[in-house]
Design a protein around this ligand. Structure first.
Ligand SMILES: [Zn+2]
Length: 316
């Protein structure tokens, strides 16, 4: 666990408690209504202990944060929790999460009972998209598509500061758009999904297959491509082309002003953004070309988004 002592609050300053629960770690914070973080902690998720233990840890950590807030002179007003998978935000149920082993966990109810605070439950990528749209790289634009490219690929479509959830809590699965009909099989069971071709994991896997060097990572592929290695350049550019196909589909559907790219792959910086902008531009016919920018909140986006969900829940 890492923790910083909280900034002292003036008597009763309001904060919300925010948790972003990932497969390996939880990012947690106390956040003021203006989005500023007064205290942050990280904890291991311990997903291998099973879903009940993970729920127990989430509740313990949330309660501990609320106590920390009070000890620092703040008043915790609400709790926001972001988790991966299929999340029914209306009922506050984590319907399904492969990473956490969740199936129909009524997390909002459990947390509200334990902490006695209004609680919002959200999806990790949608929460991250919300934060990037309102506080990060999409700030100032009304229509934003946030696309996280890491081990997988997922998106959040944010309009006027709120992210579309979908009828079944599964909006934004841009990683499972078909981009290569004869492509590799995807983890979802489909063939040629964007995620199976252009995620960081897929790029590393493809390079390893072709080079015979197991364990290659996307970061190494970019590095080698930049250094001029032919095979790495081919693998990288075919991933960029596939990503552009996916983003062009996203733009055809959503007509956004800004596409914010997040996740691990964006660390490639201009080696990703420059060719990707060109490839997206080539695919625009009558659609307007979106502004394509890197995320600015890094791995804190999901936690800040959880805080925004908590704050929003106080307004309605
Ligand atoms: Zn898929």
């Amino acid at each position: 666990m890492t923790a910083e002592p909280p900034v002292a609050g003036r008597a009763g300053d309001p904060v919300v408690v925010a948790l972003d629960v990932g497969g390996t770690g939880m990012k947690c914070a106390l956040v003021r209504p203006d989005g500023s973080v007064v205290h942050a902690e990280r904890h291991p998720t311990g997903a291998d202990r099973g879903p009940d233990a993970v729920v127990g840890t989430i509740l313990d950590v949330a309660e501990g944060l609320a106590d920390t807030a009070r000890a620092g002179g703040f008043t915790p007003q609400a709790l926001g929790v972001a988790v991966p998978g299929v999340i029914d935000e209306a009922t506050g149920v984590a319907v399904w999460s492969a990473n956490l082993g969740f199936r129909d966990v009524p997390l909002r109810k459990l947390a509200a009972e334990r902490l006695g605070l209004p609680t919002a439950l959200g999806h990790d990528v949608r929460a991250g998209g919300l934060a990037e749209a309102r506080l990060g790289a999409g700030r100032g634009t009304r229509h934003v598509l946030f696309v996280a490219v890491g081990t997988g690929i997922a998106a959040a479509h944010v309009v006027d500061g709120s992210a579309a959830v979908g009828a079944h809590g599964a909006a934004g699965e841009i990683g499972h758009i078909l981009v290569r009909p004869n492509g590799p099989r995807c983890g979802c069971g489909g063939i040629g999904c964007l995620e199976a071709v252009a995620s960081a994991a897929a790029i590393g896997r493809r390079y390893a297959e072709l080079s015979g060097e197991p364990g290659s990572t996307a970061a190494e592929v970019v590095e080698r491509a930049v250094a001029g290695e032919e095979l790495a350049r081919e693998v990288w550019s075919s991933a960029v082309e596939a990503l552009a196909d996916g983003l062009a589909t996203g733009q055809a559907l959503f007509d956004v002003q800004t596409i914010v790219l997040g996740g691990g792959l964006v660390r490639a910086g201009r080696h990703l953004l420059d060719p990707l902008r060109t490839a997206v531009r080539e695919r625009m016919t009558f659609h307007r070309e979106p502004r394509l920018v890197a995320a600015t909140l890094g791995d804190e986006a999901g936690c800040l988004g959880a805080a925004l969900l908590a704050l929003d829940s106080l307004e309605t």
